[in-house]
Write a protein that binds this ligand. Sequence first.
Ligand SMILES: [Zn+2]
Length: 117
Amino acid sequence: METCSCGARVPEGAGWCPVCLKQPVDPEQLLDELHDAFRKTTWAPPEALLAPGPPPVHSRWRAGPRSFGLRVKLALTFVSIGITGLGVKMFGFFFVAPLIVVTALLMRATWTRERIR
Ligand SMILES: [Zn+2]
């Protein structure tokens, strides 16, 4: 004789409780089933996500997602320095000083080393 969770006595091997019609549950089997379910749902990330990334590559000359290649950098340099030099020749250093500062900042931003990979 077993005792159902409702308190009724259930004969050994009965399919259900005669009072509440609940199926008798073997706690050991239920625990095994629970462990099985958790084992099946345990997620492991794929190897590609766990592998360390390649080391970063920096370059002043090569193009990257945030920087131009050598040809564009040279063109930017010639054009901006050319315009600034022309301005100095025409108006003198004093009036072109702000443009010289802007050109210097542009050149610094253009030629600084950037991460390319
Ligand atoms: Zn019962």
